[in-house]
Design a binder for this molecule. Sequence first.
Ligand code: FAD
Length: 290
Amino acid sequence: MNQAAGSKPVFSFEFFPPKNEEGAERLRRTRQRLAALSPAYFSVTFGAGGSTRDRTLETVLEIQREGAVEAAPHISCISSSRAELLELLHTYREHGVRRLVALRGDLPSGAGGGLGEFRYAAELVAFIRETFGSHFKIEVAAYPEFHPQAANAEKDLEHFRQKVAAGADSAITQYFYNPDAFVAFVDRVRAMGIDIPIVPGIMPITNYTQLARFSDACGAEIPRFVRKRLEAYGDDTASIRAFGTEVVTRLCQRLLEEGAPGLHFYSMNQAAPSEAVWNNLGLGELRASA
Ligand code: FAD
């Protein structure tokens, strides 16, 4: 695996926009704790549909106002018109946003409304580059275990190549628990001449039922030994968390040893699960001594 040796690792945390004021207050406390780890940025997911879209904007602007950590909004093209995306991108630029995670997106089940004017993330990336030049640093999604809707693995890699050719600066992966999938993916894309950083997305394990549901939907494999242990814990949340932290710490250790250029934590708006992994990895001390 060949990931730009010697450059400083990039750590980031992802949040979803809270649904109400109570959630917003909880997220503020989470941000305060995670900001202490000095991440490169906080990203905020984007949901199709008007009210979710507005909550992403509100959360992003709040992070920008706090000024502690750079905000990186996700933006997806699946259900937005070109004019809506343009307006949103102008708003972000006016508020000093310099980094975006550009996606096709998924429609929530049962969502009405038509599809947008762009069908794939590569078209959105090209549009952002054409309109805003190099103002935004653009992250795109990558799938070490392949996207569930891809016709096959080769086509999925070719579509990833198209997003990079359209102007992506770097990629964040879907979460996975098999480090070999990541190493093989990076080797393959390097062989295709793609040299952008590919940062593994890390999903802490806190709740087995929720994890199993997400993983089925997004095509992430939970290794059998992990699934069996988690199933056996039933409602014993403390044991699920302890075992989950052990599994995810080992995964991150291996990824960093293999040269991963950073880690992107899917925080699920909670500080403790990511902090536990961070502390086990000794990332605080590592950075202080760097
Ligand atoms: P694309 O890169 O467009 O690919 C989608 C599928 O289409 C793939 O199967 C690909 O192989 C295929 N494809 C691409 N181009 C073509 C083509 N020209 N012809 C035929 N097939 C093609 N979802 C949200 O709704 N909101 C979020 O905030 C969000 N954040 C995410 C963050 C990360 C880091 C990741 C990994 C995923 C995130 N997702 C989010 C989920 C993501 O939107 C879904 O996985 C979605 O199904 C695909 O988005 P994409 O940008 O990878 O799409």
